[in-house]
Design a protein around this ligand. Structure first.
Ligand code: C2G
Length: 129
């Protein structure tokens, strides 16, 4: 069983997120999503989510590509997560390229091309008019 893990906020879920999760899951047999908590978003990522953690978690759990959702509470947990969940592949969008190469000692690290033109920030901007 090849387990894949990815991390993110996944607020205002959109097709760019789904596209990432679909490709990540296709790299293995089981996809874990470490979902940024509201506190982590606010304190460490300067993100104020539209949907709170519980709602973002429920939406992710409804996606056919996602097998497990766990909380992302800090920047440091990735190494322990990879070991704890017996992860073979770590995946992120390529806006993070190189940032997590330190995990290469423990697992494969894959940066996938982002889906162009769509982002939560863009959606908020467009809705503001
Ligand atoms: N993504 C994508 N295409 C988009 C938008 C997002 O492929 N158009 C990917 C991002 O590259 C990321 C994932 O979807 O891999 C989740 O995006 P965000 O919720 O914005 O996650 P981020 O804030 O980058 O958090 O510890 C890592 C952080 O938690 C990542």
């Amino acid at each position: 069983m090849k387990r894949v893990i990815t991390y993110g906020t996944f607020d205002l879920l959109h097709y760019g997120h789904i596209n990432l999760l679909k490709r990540a899951r296709a790299l293995g047999d089981y996809l874990i999503v470490a979902l940024s908590t509201d506190e982590f978003n606010w304190n460490s990522k300067n993100k104020k989510c539209y949907f709170d953690y519980q709602k973002r978690k429920e939406m992710l759990e409804a996606i056919r590509y996602v097998d497990l959702v766990i909380p992302e509470e800090n920047w440091e947990q990735k190494k322990t997560d990879v070991t704890k969940y017996d992860v073979g592949i770590f995946v992120m969008g390529d806006d993070w390229i190189g940032k997590f190469d330190f995990l290469k000692e423990q697992c494969e690290v894959v940066y996938l091309p982002r889906t162009p033109e769509i982002s939560t920030t863009q959606i908020k901007k467009d809705l503001r008019g």
